[in-house]
Design a protein around this ligand. Structure first.
Ligand code: SAM
Length: 215
């Protein structure tokens, strides 16, 4: 088994999330920690529905599934993907009617279908920085023209990328410009970004970045 955060060769495993899945579910019983986060996902959905007939969206690192469920309840055809069997078991228990796949951000576990969008909230933070470009290129190779990608992550304090003391698994904070540059290099154009500043509920600012594959 590889280390948490793990390799591009085999599926990334997340023993920390497996061990903490029940505690995580108790600590985060709802999908969103702030109104802004909910609006970021709602805006992703509104923009997706405005770009043409909806298609399949992947919720990468779906965790316990609340955001996957929110996407589905907003009319999106969505599949939740996560490397942690423990987190997926909770997602399945909460929402047995939805589709759940054990897999990582490479999307290797999914069939080769054209995607209308990708949502990756606080999951790319667990991918070693040197692997992120390859993962984004893999997403782009599966996206249909006009597809949307919403990525959320904790922000650095100016450094391009910086490992931090995440409680569950190895994780990296990103400067919004650095993550945006990787998305742009993969062929995705920035549409908007939202930054939620530090407050009593968060140690670091959160960034929500929306990019689009040109039509
Ligand atoms: C902080 S939780 C976020 C859960 C959910 N996206 C949300 O917004 O509530 C991070 C999730 O990312 C998953 N994860 C960790 N490494 C991953 C990887 N390499 N690829 C995809 N997901 C990963 C973890 O198993 C965990 O469920």
């Amino acid at each position: 088994m590889s280390a948490p955060g793990a390799s591009m060769r085999g599926m990334s495993e997340q023993p920390g999330y497996d061990a903490m899945a029940d505690a995580y579910d108790e600590a985060f019983p709802a999908g969103y920690a702030s109104v802004v986060e909910r609006h970021a996902v709602a805006t992703f959905v509104d923009e997706l529905l405005a770009t043409g007939p909806p298609g399949l969206v992947v919720d990468v690192g779906c965790g316990t599934g609340h955001v996957t469920h929110d996407l589905a309840s907003r009319g999106i055809d969505v599949v939740g993907v996560d490397p942690s069997p423990g987190m997926l078991a909770i997602a399945r228990r909460h929402y047995p009617e939805l589709r759940w796949v054990r897999g990582d951000a490479t999307l290797a576990a999914l069939p080769e279908v054209r995607l209308a969008g990708v949502v990756a909230r606080f999951s790319l933070i667990h991918v070693p920085p040197e692997d992120v470009s390859g993962i984004l290129a893999g997403w782009v190779s599966r996206l249909r023209p006009g597809a949307l990608v919403l990525v959320a992550f904790q922000c650095s304090d100016g450094e391009p990328v910086l490992e931090f003391d995440h409680r569950v698994a190895r994780a990296w904070r990103w400067h919004p410009d650095s993550m945006a540059a990787l998305l742009e290099a993969a062929g995705l154009q920035e549409r908007w970004r939202m930054v939620v500043q530090r407050d009593a509920a968060r140690r670091f600012p959160d960034c929500h970045l929306l990019h689009q594959l040109p039509q």
